[in-house]
Design a protein around this ligand. Sequence first.
Ligand code: FE2
Ligand code: FE2
Ligand code: FE2
Length: 184
Amino acid sequence: MAVNNAMTADFLRSAYGGESMAHMRYLIWADAAEKEKLPKISRLFKAISYAEWTHARNHFVVLKDKVGDNTVPAGAVFGLTNTVENLQGALNGELHEIEQMYPVYLETARFQNEKEAERSFHYAVEAEKQHAELFKKAQKAAKEGNDISSEKFYICPICGHTVENEAPGQCPICGAKKELFKEF
Ligand code: FE2
Ligand code: FE2
Ligand code: FE2
């Protein structure tokens, strides 16, 4: 069985819900940035949207034998005003995950000896730290009326590790090879 304990299963479902909505929200904000003539910030949103998809997928896969309907309570950021504010929403969501949500989920998975869930939460929280930094930097540029300087972003398809400019030789979080990284 991939997950044995009800509380870890609930946290996986909640995290799946949150990641799924982040995936969609970032695509919507990518469109908004494109319209504001900020193509590199738009690309950043698209790249990170893909990273959130890897997190949602990982959580879903750990829940594979838990079949059936569930109501999923998950935090969701709303708002579609301008890119500076959209980036603030993005940053708030990432910080919530880094400071509160994933540390609690991770400790619970450890306490319940849920190895697969622990790995899935660990992969996610490590990537969210990079997302927060990248969104902070992007917001600083956008506030000054500028786009960001980075032309390309690389996402690890296993854990969502997110880097600018060039993929690492090997993913420092999950060990995936450079060639596997998805370019945006
Ligand atoms: Fe995520
Ligand atoms: Fe994230
Ligand atoms: Fe990775």
